[in-house]
Design a protein around this ligand. Structure first.
Ligand code: SF4
Length: 281
């Protein structure tokens, strides 16, 4: 899927960041350069990422979104939503309008249900309160908001609490994705990667809470064999059925333990970085 990293600049220091600020500079790339790059990308949704894209300001973002729309593409704006708490209302409205015009949505990284846990993960003081306010403002301004909850060893035991929190405090979010941490970037040493089997009971409870309360969910980077009755929520199943190319085929690989699995046709296997850390499923 076409993905652009606007820059490395960010207002958080998440332990799981796969594109950390200290990895090198991306500054100095102009809007014209991005448009050329997007036009040359394969068709489909354009993911606008960072760093933190909202730090680009409303003017630049609206120009970019208008250009994405003009190219006939849809946009996903990935954000931690902190900046949305401080933006002027007219700027929020402008960004939301431009995003909606590109048939797009915000993808908000929301890692915790408490301020203390949020701080352990994002290493950013006051982030939880700002994020909560920021998401509220985006929803109120009429944006479609997808929440992404990255599962790591720091938060997996609170997945049911996070689900209950999302249902109660993040009303109006369009859907919630539970996404297992990638063992790359700052998480490349593997210390924050819990075993799928440890995550499973907490995740199943969380998915049950969401289902009961009508909050649509999906799961990425945890194979269907660890999702019990919720296996259909795995996002790779549709991609595999449709034979879509993409990162799921490069990042994941079946292992000997997959032999004879009932999901073999619709699952590309576990992440390679998971197997590098844990050796087996
Ligand atoms: S193919 Fe492998 S990883 Fe995928 S569901 Fe089956 S056993 Fe699990």
């Amino acid at each position: 899927m076409p993905l652009i990293h606007l820059f490395r600049k960010c207002n958080q220091r998440c332990v799981f960041c796969s594109y950390p600020e200290e990895g090198g500079a991306e500054e100095g790339v102009s809007l014209k350069d991005w448009l050329k790059e997007i036009a040359a990308m394969p068709p489909g949704l354009v993911q606008i990422s960072g760093g933190e894209p909202l730090l680009a300001g409303a003017g630049g973002l609206c120009l970019l979104l208008a250009a994405v729309k003009k190219l006939g593409r849809r946009a996903e704006l990935q954000t931690n939503a902190l900046a949305a708490a401080g933006l002027r209302s007219e700027n929020i409205s402008k960004i939301v309008k431009a995003l909606n015009a590109a048939d797009g949505y915000f993808n908000v990284n929301f890692p915790a249900d408490t301020a203390a846990l949020d701080y352990r993960i994002t290493r950013t003081r006051g982030a939880f309160k700002k994020r909560l306010a920021g998401v509220g403002r985006l929803i109120k301004a009429g944006a479609r908001v997808r929440l992404t909850h990255i599962i790591s060893s720091l938060n997996y035991k609170r997945l049911p609490e996070f689900a209950a929190f999302a249902v109660k405090k993040l009303k109006g979010a369009a859907w919630l994705q539970f996404s297992y941490i990638k063992g790359i970037g700052r998480a490349g040493d593997g210390v924050f990667l819990p075993r799928y089997a440890e995550v499973r009971p907490y995740l199943e409870r969380a998915l049950f809470i969401c289902e009961k309360n009508g909050l649509h969910c999906e799961v990425d980077h945890i194979p269907p064999c660890f999702l019990g009755g919720f296996y259909r929520l795995n996002v790779d199943i549709v991609k595999m059925k449709e034979g879509r190319p993409g990162p799921h085929l490069e990042e994941k690989e079946r292992v000997p333990a997959c032999r004879g699995c009932r999901y073999l046709e619709v699952c590309p296997g576990p992440r390679k970085d998971y197997i590098a850390v844990h050796k087996t499923l």
